[in-house]
Design a protein around this ligand. Structure first.
Ligand SMILES: O=C(O)C(=O)C[C@]1(C(=O)O)C=C[C@@H](O)C=C1
Length: 116
């Protein structure tokens, strides 16, 4: 009985210590998954920022060569590729199209800003 009590005390001390000092990194915990989401979101945003920098460079090229900001043929090509890549990742066409229309809008906004 005494041994059993000691065992229970040690176990509960362990549980308390773990909940205070190691909240995160077990593979089955919600916070572990949320850490993965946070890291992926941060990567997504860094990549979007990099894409916009390239769009700005294209915008500068367009100014020098007097080309229109909106290039619908090219955007349709971009969209088609993204829809295909998305399908390979289990992402719906509607989702990819909505996402890319937003990305395109921001890209246009950045390029138009260069002309101001
Ligand atoms: O390819 C271009 O001309 C771009 O400026 C890039 C981009 C894009 O963000 O994908 C932006 C605007 C155009 O309408 C088409 C495509």
């Amino acid at each position: 009985m005494k041994k059993y009590l000691i065992l229970v005390c040690l176990l509960s001390l362990g549980i308390t210590a773990r909940s205070q000092h190691q909240p995160a990194a077990t593979t089955d915990s919600l916070s572990y998954y949320r850490q993965q989401i946070d890291a992926l979101d941060s990567t997504l945003i860094v990549l979007l920022g990099q894409r916009m920098k390239v769009a700005e460079n294209i915008g500068r090229y367009k100014i020098v060569h007097q080309l229109a900001v909106v290039q619908n043929n090219r955007f349709n090509e971009v969209l088609e590729k993204a829809v295909q890549t998305g399908a390979g990742q289990g992402l719906s066409e509607a989702f990819i199209k909505a996402l890319y229309h937003n990305i395109h809008e921001e890209s246009l906004r950045k390029q138009r800003e260069l002309k101001k």
